[in-house]
Design a protein around this ligand. Structure first.
Ligand code: VGL
Ligand code: ZN
Length: 200
Protein backbone atom coordinates (compact mmCIF):
# COMPACT_ATOMS: atom_id res chain seq x y z
CA UNK A 1 0.00 0.00 0.00
CA UNK A 2 1.61 3.26 -1.12
CA UNK A 3 1.77 5.76 1.69
CA UNK A 4 2.17 9.53 1.36
CA UNK A 5 3.42 12.03 3.92
CA UNK A 6 1.33 15.21 3.76
CA UNK A 7 3.12 18.17 5.39
CA UNK A 8 0.55 20.85 6.10
CA UNK A 9 1.37 24.60 6.12
CA UNK A 10 4.79 24.66 7.86
CA UNK A 11 5.17 28.34 6.95
CA UNK A 12 6.76 31.31 8.70
CA UNK A 13 3.44 32.97 9.57
CA UNK A 14 2.38 29.88 11.57
CA UNK A 15 5.67 29.73 13.48
CA UNK A 16 6.77 31.89 16.44
CA UNK A 17 7.23 35.48 15.24
CA UNK A 18 4.71 35.00 12.41
CA UNK A 19 1.39 36.76 11.82
CA UNK A 20 -0.69 33.79 13.03
CA UNK A 21 1.88 32.06 15.20
CA UNK A 22 0.95 28.60 16.45
CA UNK A 23 2.52 27.97 19.88
CA UNK A 24 5.54 25.72 19.39
CA UNK A 25 4.99 25.63 15.64
CA UNK A 26 8.72 25.43 14.93
CA UNK A 27 9.27 22.55 17.39
CA UNK A 28 7.99 20.04 14.84
CA UNK A 29 10.66 20.70 12.20
CA UNK A 30 13.17 18.02 13.27
CA UNK A 31 10.44 15.35 13.46
CA UNK A 32 9.09 16.22 10.00
CA UNK A 33 12.54 16.37 8.41
CA UNK A 34 13.40 12.99 9.92
CA UNK A 35 10.25 11.37 8.52
CA UNK A 36 10.67 12.45 4.89
CA UNK A 37 12.99 9.60 3.80
CA UNK A 38 10.45 7.01 5.02
CA UNK A 39 7.78 7.94 2.44
CA UNK A 40 7.69 7.24 -1.31
CA UNK A 41 5.32 10.16 -1.89
CA UNK A 42 5.70 13.55 -0.18
CA UNK A 43 3.31 16.44 -0.53
CA UNK A 44 3.74 19.85 1.10
CA UNK A 45 0.94 22.40 1.31
CA UNK A 46 1.09 26.17 1.57
CA UNK A 47 -1.67 28.48 2.75
CA UNK A 48 -1.53 31.05 -0.08
CA UNK A 49 -3.86 34.02 0.23
CA UNK A 50 -4.17 37.10 -1.97
CA UNK A 51 -3.97 40.44 -0.10
CA UNK A 52 -7.45 41.34 1.11
CA UNK A 53 -8.55 37.71 1.50
CA UNK A 54 -12.07 37.36 2.90
CA UNK A 55 -10.83 35.27 5.87
CA UNK A 56 -8.90 38.30 7.19
CA UNK A 57 -10.59 40.26 9.99
CA UNK A 58 -9.15 43.40 8.36
CA UNK A 59 -11.72 42.97 5.54
CA UNK A 60 -14.73 42.99 7.90
CA UNK A 61 -15.68 46.33 9.46
CA UNK A 62 -15.88 46.14 13.26
CA UNK A 63 -14.48 42.59 13.45
CA UNK A 64 -11.38 41.50 15.31
CA UNK A 65 -9.13 38.54 14.62
CA UNK A 66 -10.44 35.24 16.07
CA UNK A 67 -14.09 36.39 15.94
CA UNK A 68 -16.62 34.49 13.83
CA UNK A 69 -18.56 35.67 10.80
CA UNK A 70 -21.11 34.16 8.44
CA UNK A 71 -19.91 33.50 4.90
CA UNK A 72 -22.11 32.22 2.04
CA UNK A 73 -20.59 28.76 2.72
CA UNK A 74 -21.09 28.83 6.51
CA UNK A 75 -19.32 30.04 9.64
CA UNK A 76 -15.78 31.31 9.27
CA UNK A 77 -13.20 32.29 11.89
CA UNK A 78 -11.61 35.64 11.02
CA UNK A 79 -7.82 35.67 11.12
CA UNK A 80 -5.05 38.23 11.24
CA UNK A 81 -3.68 38.88 7.72
CA UNK A 82 -1.38 35.90 7.05
CA UNK A 83 0.33 33.87 4.33
CA UNK A 84 0.03 36.51 1.65
CA UNK A 85 1.19 35.17 -1.69
CA UNK A 86 4.91 35.75 -2.21
CA UNK A 87 5.50 37.24 1.25
CA UNK A 88 8.14 36.02 3.67
CA UNK A 89 5.33 34.91 5.98
CA UNK A 90 3.98 32.59 3.29
CA UNK A 91 7.39 30.99 2.70
CA UNK A 92 8.17 27.60 4.19
CA UNK A 93 10.14 27.71 7.44
CA UNK A 94 13.81 27.92 6.45
CA UNK A 95 14.65 24.70 8.35
CA UNK A 96 12.01 22.60 6.59
CA UNK A 97 13.64 20.29 4.06
CA UNK A 98 11.53 21.07 1.01
CA UNK A 99 13.75 19.56 -1.69
CA UNK A 100 12.23 16.10 -1.11
CA UNK A 101 8.74 17.41 -1.98
CA UNK A 102 7.13 15.65 -4.96
CA UNK A 103 4.29 18.16 -5.01
CA UNK A 104 3.76 21.57 -3.43
CA UNK A 105 0.05 22.33 -3.27
CA UNK A 106 -1.22 25.84 -2.63
CA UNK A 107 -4.68 26.57 -1.25
CA UNK A 108 -6.77 29.52 -0.13
CA UNK A 109 -5.88 31.50 -3.25
CA UNK A 110 -9.42 32.62 -4.06
CA UNK A 111 -10.32 35.88 -2.34
CA UNK A 112 -13.91 34.93 -1.55
CA UNK A 113 -13.38 31.50 0.00
CA UNK A 114 -11.02 30.06 2.59
CA UNK A 115 -9.48 26.61 2.28
CA UNK A 116 -8.33 24.86 5.44
CA UNK A 117 -8.34 21.42 3.88
CA UNK A 118 -5.76 20.28 1.36
CA UNK A 119 -8.61 18.50 -0.49
CA UNK A 120 -11.58 20.87 -0.59
CA UNK A 121 -12.15 24.57 -0.03
CA UNK A 122 -14.29 25.59 2.94
CA UNK A 123 -17.54 25.06 1.00
CA UNK A 124 -16.46 21.38 1.35
CA UNK A 125 -17.18 20.79 -2.37
CA UNK A 126 -14.65 22.75 -4.51
CA UNK A 127 -11.72 20.36 -5.00
CA UNK A 128 -8.05 21.38 -4.89
CA UNK A 129 -6.99 18.50 -7.14
CA UNK A 130 -5.00 16.67 -4.44
CA UNK A 131 -7.32 13.64 -4.43
CA UNK A 132 -6.71 13.04 -8.15
CA UNK A 133 -2.95 13.49 -7.75
CA UNK A 134 -2.74 10.96 -4.92
CA UNK A 135 -4.97 8.42 -6.66
CA UNK A 136 -3.05 8.61 -9.90
CA UNK A 137 0.14 7.96 -7.92
CA UNK A 138 -1.45 4.88 -6.39
CA UNK A 139 -1.59 6.30 -2.87
CA UNK A 140 -4.08 4.70 -0.50
CA UNK A 141 -2.71 5.66 2.89
CA UNK A 142 -1.70 9.03 4.34
CA UNK A 143 0.23 10.34 7.33
CA UNK A 144 -0.50 13.99 8.10
CA UNK A 145 1.80 16.34 10.02
CA UNK A 146 2.08 20.12 10.35
CA UNK A 147 0.08 23.18 11.35
CA UNK A 148 -2.38 23.68 12.75
CA UNK A 149 -3.73 20.46 14.28
CA UNK A 150 -7.19 21.91 14.89
CA UNK A 151 -7.66 23.71 11.55
CA UNK A 152 -5.81 22.70 8.39
CA UNK A 153 -4.60 19.31 9.64
CA UNK A 154 -8.05 18.51 11.05
CA UNK A 155 -10.00 19.49 7.92
CA UNK A 156 -7.53 17.70 5.66
CA UNK A 157 -7.65 14.50 7.74
CA UNK A 158 -11.44 14.40 7.84
CA UNK A 159 -11.78 15.05 4.10
CA UNK A 160 -9.16 12.40 3.32
CA UNK A 161 -10.97 9.83 5.46
CA UNK A 162 -14.28 10.75 3.79
CA UNK A 163 -12.62 10.18 0.40
CA UNK A 164 -11.63 6.66 1.48
CA UNK A 165 -7.93 7.07 2.26
CA UNK A 166 -6.53 5.37 5.35
CA UNK A 167 -5.50 8.38 7.45
CA UNK A 168 -3.12 8.77 10.38
CA UNK A 169 -2.17 12.01 12.11
CA UNK A 170 1.16 12.10 13.98
CA UNK A 171 0.38 14.52 16.79
CA UNK A 172 4.06 14.68 17.82
CA UNK A 173 4.70 16.51 14.52
CA UNK A 174 1.68 18.85 14.76
CA UNK A 175 0.86 21.90 16.88
CA UNK A 176 -2.52 23.55 17.53
CA UNK A 177 -3.95 27.07 17.66
CA UNK A 178 -6.55 25.87 20.23
CA UNK A 179 -9.26 28.55 20.19
CA UNK A 180 -11.95 27.83 22.83
CA UNK A 181 -11.28 24.11 23.02
CA UNK A 182 -10.92 23.67 19.26
CA UNK A 183 -8.12 21.12 19.71
CA UNK A 184 -10.26 18.74 21.77
CA UNK A 185 -13.17 19.17 19.34
CA UNK A 186 -10.88 18.48 16.38
CA UNK A 187 -9.44 15.33 17.93
CA UNK A 188 -12.92 14.03 18.69
CA UNK A 189 -14.08 14.79 15.15
CA UNK A 190 -11.06 13.17 13.54
CA UNK A 191 -11.51 10.01 15.60
CA UNK A 192 -15.22 9.89 14.73
CA UNK A 193 -14.26 10.14 11.03
CA UNK A 194 -12.02 7.08 11.40
CA UNK A 195 -8.69 8.93 11.52
CA UNK A 196 -5.98 7.29 13.63
CA UNK A 197 -4.24 9.72 15.99
CA UNK A 198 -0.83 8.78 17.39
CA UNK A 199 2.25 10.41 18.90
CA UNK A 200 0.47 12.53 21.51
C1 VGL B 1 -4.68 27.78 9.01
C2 VGL B 1 -6.01 29.36 9.97
C3 VGL B 1 -6.04 30.09 8.81
C4 VGL B 1 -3.91 26.49 9.17
C5 VGL B 1 -4.70 28.48 7.82
O1 VGL B 1 -2.97 26.26 8.40
O2 VGL B 1 -4.28 25.72 10.08
N1 VGL B 1 -5.34 28.22 10.08
N2 VGL B 1 -5.39 29.64 7.74
ZN1 ZN C 1 -5.20 30.92 6.02
Amino acid sequence: MTQALIVIDVQNDFCPGGALAVPGGDEILPAINAKLPDFPVRVFTQDWHPAGHSSFASQHAGKNPFELTEMPYGQQVLWPDHCIQGSDGAAFHAELLTDPADLILRKGFRREIDSYSAFFENDRTTPTGLEGYLRSRGVESLVLVGLATDFCVNYSAIDAARLGFAVQVDLSACRAIDLDGSLATACKGMKAAGVTLFGS
